[in-house]
Design a protein around this ligand. Structure first.
Ligand code: DGT
Ligand code: CA
Ligand code: CA
Ligand code: ZN
Length: 575
């Protein structure tokens, strides 16, 4: 069983306990282990075999026992047992945005509704508004949400697709049947949502590759099995395609199957103008009746043949990259290794899993020069926001860790709530004690566009606010962005000198690529932060860097590629 599959079991337990209104601390413990598993870079099974489960943060005796049982038996008795306590449809209902366990339990109790279908019908027939506490707005949101749930079945967030692609590639490599192998398609272009996963390989034994691929343990259905091409469905209806090509075609096929289709068509047209034929097999010139191959082993051959420099996959959308390449004006895209610090990290002071010290040490290991500890503010009770009472205690601890670890600057920050009226959840007297302030919306998501835009603009006007966190609040496949006028917001960010965050958390990727590019064009300061709640999630910075790259950013466009003094000077509005 993969980490993600095990994580799903724990997440479901948390959901069930919540519907049953059991102890919130118990629920939190299961949520934490879910997060841990989703972000773990190694297989939990390997850690278990080494007898090192207890070394994982947040894994106590009882969770370790459960992980052990799942690995050894493929299931968990406790999970099976509590699943019987509620109708299975309730869990599906939870997948609708804004449908919390309380609402689900309420609707079930009052109307006996226990499936998505019944829920949709009741919302259409306007029967939910009869329940005290619900109204026409709830019905509208449920109907909108059903649409998202259906869409999500068709597109997967990048993170999920990438983990899947990497796992399959590793299994084929371990089996020793492939030479070169890579994922392509929208995964390689780092699009935020993926239709299907495309894998490309070369191999002396294509038939063996097809055999292993179609009999991987996670296969639920084999859609097609050919001699060099196969498609499978894996858990949750996700499709994965594989193709084995000749060595001399690998580069051409990699380019072709990376896409996008629009980009491919442009490149092929350039080829035609030079008398070349470009396809997934290679680059060819006509020599009388014959065709001669002049390239295709490497992807660079394709670009070279049409007189272009190499265009990174993230840019291949026909959003102007061909023209920029022709003018010699391709951006030199920011790279993961250029990031010098992460400003959005949660610790145990709010809803994170690790201590400040643990996080600082992990950041030092990544080679960072600085980090910002940005726990939630007081009003965010669900996320253990830091009260006024422990405000100074937390700063003290951060200062102590900072002094203890000279290689890394540990900044005392916060992710302060932007309240519905645009005021902040801490007064200025407290904010001024902090080195770095991220302001984010975590409540009242449903405001009208105008008031939501004004709400965030007002936060930008506070001289202590350095960064706006996850500016649109979307959760991929779960919650739409708030209604917001992005152009107005970005203009105000530029005017007030407030930085906008590219939140790298894989469910967020917020700002998104098109907004990032807009921000760059408007001269807005940008930072990339992980929103890590576990030290392993520091690694998720890559998702933010990929969004930045899709938004054409260079290192000079991203503040946290600067060394600490320059970063800090440029970030601060107050001098
Ligand atoms: P997805 O799967 O919807 O997230 O997006 P992609 O880009 O992965 O698209 P997919 O899986 O349909 O095809 C993979 C790549 O193959 C695509 O990016 C470009 C290439 N491709 C597919 N169909 C065509 C086509 O009709 N013409 C050209 N030039 N390229 C194509
Ligand atoms: Ca694809
Ligand atoms: Ca495909
Ligand atoms: Zn947040």
């Amino acid at each position: 069983m993969t980490n993600v599959e095990i994580a799903k079991i724990f997440s479901e337990i948390a959901d069930i306990l919540e519907i049953k209104e059991e102890n919130p601390f118990k629920v939190r413990a299961y949520r934490r282990v879910t997060q841990l598993l989703e972000s773990l870079p190694q297989e939990i099974e390997e850690i278990y075999k080494k007898g090192e489960l207890h070394k994982l943060p947040g894994v106590g005796e009882s969770i370790a026992e459960k992980i052990k049982e799942i690995i050894e038996t493929g299931k968990l008795k406790y999970h099976q047992k509590i699943k019987e306590d509620i109708p299975p449809g309730l869990l599906e209902m939870l997948r609708i945005p804004d449908m919390g366990p309380k609402t689900v339990a309420l609707i079930y109790k009052k109307l006996g509704i226990s499936t998505l279908k019944e829920l949709e019908k009741a919302a259409q027939e306007r029967r939910l508004r009869d329940i005290y506490g619900l109204g026409p707005k709830t019905e509208e949101n449920i109907l909108k949400g059903m649409k998202l749930v259906k869409e999500r079945k068709e597109r997967i967030p990048l993170h999920e697709a990438l983990v899947l692609a990497e796992d399959i590639i590793k299994k084929l490599q371990d089996a020793g049947v492939v030479e070169r192998i890579a994922y392509c398609g929208s995964v390689r272009r780092r699009k935020e949502c993926i239709g299907d996963v495309d894998i490309l390989a070369t191999s002396p034994h294509p038939a063996r590759v097809m055999e292993i691929f179609t009999s991987l343990p996670r296969v639920e259905e084999v859609l097609a099995k050919g001699s060099t091409k196969s498609s499978i469905l894996v858990g949750g209806g996700r499709q994965v395609d594989i193709r084995v090509v000749e060595r001399e075609s690998f580069g051409a096929a990699l380019h072709y199957f990376t896409g996008s289709k629009a980009h491919n068509i442009r490149v092929r047209e350039l080829g035609v103008r030079k008398g070349l034929k470009i396809n997934e097999y290679g680059v060819f010139v006509k020599k009388g009746e014959e065709e001669e191959r002049i390239g295709g082993r490497e992807e660079e051959d394709i670009f070279q043949s049409v007189g272009l420099p190499y265009i990174p996959p993230e840019l291949r959308e026909d959003w102007g990259e061909i023209e920029a390449a022709q003018r010699g004006e391709l951006p030199r895209l920011v790279e993961i290794k250029e990031i010098k610090g992460d400003l959005h990290i949660h610790t145990r002071w709010s809803d994170g899993a690790n201590t400040v010290r643990e996080v600082a040490i992990a950041a030092r290991e990544r080679g960072y020069e600085y980090i910002g500890i940005s726990d939630h503010s007081q009003s965010l009770k669900v996320a253990g926001g830091v009260s006024k009472d422990s405000f100074f205690q937390r700063i003290q601890e951060i200062r102590a860790v900072d002094a203890e670890i000279p290689e890394i600057k540990v900044l005392a920050g916060t992710e302060v709530d932007i309240l519905p009226d645009g005021s902040l959840d801490y007064p200025d007297e407290l904010l001024k004690e902090l080195d770095i302030v991220i302001a984010s919306v975590h409540s009242n998501f449903k405001q009208e566009e105008e008031s939501m835009t004004r709400r965030i603009m007002k936060a930008m006007e506070n001289p202590f606010v350095d960064i706006i966190g996850h500016p649109t609040g979307r959760l991929l496949g779960e919650r739409e962005a708030y209604e917001i006028n992005m152009e107005k917001l970005l203009r105000h960010a530029a005017q007030t000198g407030t930085a906008m965050e590219i939140n790298a958390y894989p469910d967020r990727m917020d700002l998104k690529d098109t907004h990032v590019r807009m921000a760059k064009d408007m001269g807005v300061k940008l930072v990339i932060g992980t929103d890590a709640h576990h030290l392993l999630q520091l690694d998720w910075i890559k998702y933010g860097v990929w969004v930045a790259r899709r938004g054409w950013l260079e290192s000079k466009d991203v503040l946290n590629t600067l060394n600490f003094p320059d970063f800090f000077t440029l970030l601060k509005k107050r001098s």
